[in-house]
Write a protein of this length. Structure first.
Lengths: 369, 206
């Protein structure tokens, strides 16, 4: 699978732009603020219907304009797929595949897998558990419709139950008969989802460990511990005994929305004890493992977006990552770099079709010095 | 939309408040009425006013009715030992049109949804229990059929009702869900199809 070209209009700092890509390596060079990462983000839009950086669609429209469009032609196993994404202020976002608009954005998710590596973005490690749940939920939803359906149901029942708890608190009256249907669904779905998460981690963790070893020289043992109460034998009674707390706090305190995925290094949480370098290696390993799991489930290589890796990683990690590239482990690759000569030097040694693009203030030109 | 007359504008605005009717359709209806004889509009307004003023809801099943008790509840041929619980009035009409059901109905007027502030007190749920409880011995309720929408809210409501009916010693059933007649398997959504496989029934030729 690869992206053949992209056409932008009024997307972020671009007026109009049209770019033809190589199906192997594409490198965007230019000074900071010229719009290199925005180009990666446009590709992210086509694959996952949203920005990797700014969740608010409207903020991705160029200043003082009222809409943006991103069009792109993909080649998926020899079949041509044109994706058009149109965002207009105050209107519903449109995503169109080969001339036919999607009813639901979620139907597009999973068709064009993409993995973005931004080494500086360690929020996955440093932030709260929600970031990590999102990361794993995202992967699971792209791989398993059943998981997606269960998660949607769970979130719906959770919202209903929390609304009910608020009503109970307002009226000062608990109604156990009324809350029972929600309790049962949440207990049932929590068990099911936590079981699916557990099975997934068993498949994902070995990939993570092996890619961490590839990226870093460290000899430490790393791993993920899936932290949940939901698959415990006594989960139902634990859930029920928290009813009083739920009532006082007006929200549900037990269930898979409280799960966490603890990243550890030599048995210590990396969040607290990992060095900057270890955290960066870990983030890259998480994403490479994501790449591999998509590859093994979907039998197609996801598009890989590498944002600013030459600046943010040390030489040894860069060369290890580039070994993977030279080894043709990846499919189509998009890289950004502020220093053209450096990327030319590194990528020039690799036997692949590399194209370089100079980005200047929202314009793109082929650059082949 | 700009109108040459304030009278037309008012009429269009009122009519376009109805579901499924936009400004353009409303304008077409208004202009049509103007072309007809005056009594057409008068009859329409009369019918609407009378509908609003005189409509009653059946004191037993809460379906629309001309009298205090509706024609279905009063029907002599109706099996009074079965009650079919539905979300709203159109559901009664849909089931009646099948000609497959001879029992009584109970219209809830909605389904439970805390997010929208709809609880059992906003619906005719308590009156269903009351109906089962106070039925005279020769009209004892044997079975309650739940014909609620196949949504998360419909399921929650069904569960809530079932739990409470259990104590009253009445059989509770729910309508079957599965592949529509004349439907192709490959176009059936995964959830429905999966459920149909799980709740498959013994084959019977008749």
């Amino acid at each position: 699978m690869h992206l053949k070209n992209i056409r932008l209009q009024q997307f972020k700092n671009y007026g109009k732009a049209k770019v033809q890509f190589s199906k192997e390596i594409n490198c965007f060079v230019g000074i900071n603020g010229s719009g290199k990462t925005n180009l990666l983000d446009a590709i992210h839009y086509l694959c996952l219907t949203k920005s990797a950086i700014n969740p608010q669609d409207n903020f991705n429209i160029r200043h003082e304009d009222s809409f943006f469009t991103v069009f792109g032609d993909f080649d998926v196993e020899g079949k041509e797929i044109e994706i058009r994404c149109i965002v207009e202020a105050g209107k519903k976002k449109q995503l169109i595949q080969n001339g036919k608009a999607y009813d639901k954005m979620s139907e597009h998710i999973g068709l064009l897998p993409v993995v973005m590596i931004a080494p500086d973005d360690t929020s996955l490690i440093k932030d709260g558990s929600e970031e990590r749940r999102k990361f794993f939920d995202n992967m699971l939803c792209q791989l398993d419709r059943q998981y997606l359906n269960s998660l949607v149901r769970y979130q719906h029942f959770l919202k209903q139950r929390n609304a009910l708890l608020k009503q109970f608190a307002d009226s000062g009256k608990w109604n156990s008969q009324l809350i029972e249907p929600y309790d049962l669904e949440i207990i049932k779905l929590s068990k099911k989802i936590s079981e699916m998460r557990k099975v997934f981690i068993q498949e994902y963790e070995p990939l993570l460990i092996s890619h961490y070893k590839t990226i870093s020289d460290d000899q430490e043992q790393i791993g993920i511990r899936y932290d949940t109460h939901c698959s415990d034998a006594d989960f139902e009674s634990v859930f029920r005994s928290s009813a009083k707390r739920d009532y006082l706090l007006k929200r549900t305190n037990m269930g898979i929305h409280k799960d966490d995925f603890i990243f550890h290094i030599d048995e210590y949480p990396i969040k607290k004890f990992g060095s900057q370098g270890q955290q960066k290696s870990f983030v890259i390993a998480l994403k490479l493992a994501q790449f591999m799991i998509f590859l093994s489930h979907k039998q197609t290589k996801p598009i890989l977006l590498l944002d600013d890796i030459f600046d943010k990683l040390d030489d040894s990690r860069i060369s290890k990552l580039m070994n993977l590239v030279a080894d043709h482990q990846f499919g189509q690759l998009f890289i950004t770099d502020a220093r053209p000569e450096r990327s030319k030097g590194i990528l020039g040694e690799i036997d692949a079709d590399s194209r370089f693009f100079m980005i200047e203030n929202g314009t793109v030109t082929n650059w082949n010095q | 939309m700009n109108f040459p007359s304030k009278l037309i504008e008012d009429a269009v605005n009122e009519i376009s408040r109805l579901p499924g009717i936009g400004k353009k359709t409303a304008l077409r209806l208004v202009l049509h009425l103007l072309k007809q004889k005056e009594n057409v509009t008068e009859d329409l307004s009369q019918a609407l006013l009378a509908l609003r003023k005189d409509i009653k809801y059946c004191s037993k099943c809460h379906n629309v009715s001309d009298e205090t008790v509706c024609s279905i509840c009063k029907g002599l041929k109706r099996d009074k030992s079965i009650i079919c619980v539905v979300e709203d009035i159109p559901d009664v009409l849909a089931i009646e049109n099948t000609s497959q059901y001879q029992g009584l109905y109970h219209v809830l007027g909605g389904v439970i949804s805390p997010m929208q502030g709809i609880g059992p007190d906003e619906l005719k749920i308590e009156s269903l229990f009351e109906r089962v409880r106070i039925a005279p011995d020769d009209e004892k309720v044997q079975e309650v059929i739940l014909a609620l929408p196949a949504t998360m809210e419909g399921d929650t409501t069904a569960f809530y009702i079932t739990r409470q009916l259990k104590d009253l010693g009445v059989k509770v059933s729910t309508i079957a869900r599965g592949i529509p007649v004349g439907g192709e398997l490959e176009y059936t959504d995964e959830v429905t199809l999966g459920r149909s496989i799980l709740t498959r029934v013994n084959y019977s030729a008749d």
